[in-house]
Write a protein that binds this ligand. Structure first.
Ligand code: SAM
Length: 328
């Protein structure tokens, strides 16, 4: 087999890069309202360092990159990084996960730099709830404008990710599903990861099997062909819909056996698994002039150290860092 594969024969071709631990929101399930201790600028990899890691990873077989954070669009010059990554021959997919607040401002620049597609995290369509979930008084309209701007510049697909919480936003499941029919939205419903969330409780967890019951009112969900999405979501659509509905079940039905990912944190650690504490430092080697061969060896070591699966269901949670610092 060519390319990277781990000790369980899973092909690894996807690198998620967190470009910052900073965020302009304080989502209740993600970080404390006071925020988290921020890293200093020197702690964060420069764009050149990120490029060096991505190039070495690409030479080993990584061909998909997603930029995340924190909120990636709060780091200045993100289109420059995308342009650098887009010049790596074997990278054929660059995507972004964002809360969408700054998306309308940057969509055109991101697209022309080489970004292909974008996921926008959005948990409500109501302004008051937007403020209470994100614990900031930003304008939900800015996110909606960001979604439209992304579509109009040709970022495709634009996927909307909704973390579903009982008693918080589960009353809006049908509103989001209706958007797949009326506006062609692609919406993915995500199980709340507990106890990873910071200010959430077990009673707010809803398994996907329960979410699906809400949709019966709108008609039958037809499964989409395998291959739609290529990620952990299972995709469906209503017969009359242009858009799709995806379900992501990190808790009730983990998808670790198909995991193809490595993560690079903004402070330069390669993390084999989101939900395990193990990390391999690349920053210090990068700053001491590691060779490309040396860097590749470290990347291969991280791949070899990928655990078979996470153990959220047994109550195991990583204690080292909040989600915002790993890159969700
Ligand atoms: N700021 C960007 C955004 O909002 O998309 C990227 C980072 S954010 C940490 C990435 C994703 O992680 C978001 O879709 C967020 O909803 C999800 N997330 C964070 N904490 C979570 C939790 N406890 N359970 C499920 N999803 C979570």
């Amino acid at each position: 087999m060519t390319g990277l594969s781990d000790s369980f024969q899973r092909p690894i071709n996807y690198l998620r890069i967190s470009v910052t631990d900073r965020c302009n929101l304080r989502c209740m399930y993600c970080m404390p309202s006071s925020g988290v201790g921020l890293m200093s600028h020197e702690d964060i990899l420069t764009y050149e360092e990120i490029y060096t890691v991505a190039k070495a990873a690409a030479e080993l077989g990584i061909n998909k990159i997603r930029l995340t954070g924190g909120e990636p669009l709060v780091r200045s010059g993100l289109p420059e990084l995308i342009q650098m990554l887009a010049h790596i021959d074997t990278i054929d997919d660059i995507s972004l996960t964002t809360n969408g607040l700054l998306l309308s401002r940057y969509a055109a620049e991101l697209k022309s730099a080489g970004l292909r597609r974008v996921n926008v995290s959005l948990d409500t369509l109501k302004q008051d709830k937007f403020e209470s979930i994100t614990r900031c008084n930003n304008n939900l309209g800015d996110v909606l404008e960001g979604i439209e701007a992304a579509k109009s510049v040709g970022l495709n697909p634009v996927k909307i990710n909704m973390v579903v919480m009982a008693g918080i936003n589960d009353d809006e499941l049908l509103d989001f599903a209706t958007k797949t029919i009326d506006e062609g939205w692609h919406v993915r419903f995500i199980e709340l990861m507990l106890p990873v969330g910071v200010s959430t409780t077990a009673s707010q967890f809803i398994p996907v099997s329960d979410m699906r019951k809400h949709f019966e009112l709108l008609g039958e969900l037809e499964p989409c062909l395998p291959g739609v999405g290529n990620g952990p979501a299972k995709y469906f659509r209503f017969l009359q819909a242009r858009g799709t509905i995806g379900f992501i079940t990190p808790v009730s039905e983990h998808f670790c056996f198909h995991c193809n990912r490595l993560r690079l944190t903004s402070d330069g650690k390669l993390r084999p698994c989101l939900l395990a504490e193990d990390e391999i430092d690349l920053k210090q080697p990068l700053r001491s002039g590691v060779s490309s061969a040396g860097l590749k060896q470290l990347i291969e070591e991280a791949v070899a150290r990928k655990p078979l699966r996470h153990h959220l269901d047994e109550g195991y949670i990583p204690k080292d860092r909040p989600f915002t610092q790993v890159g969700g």
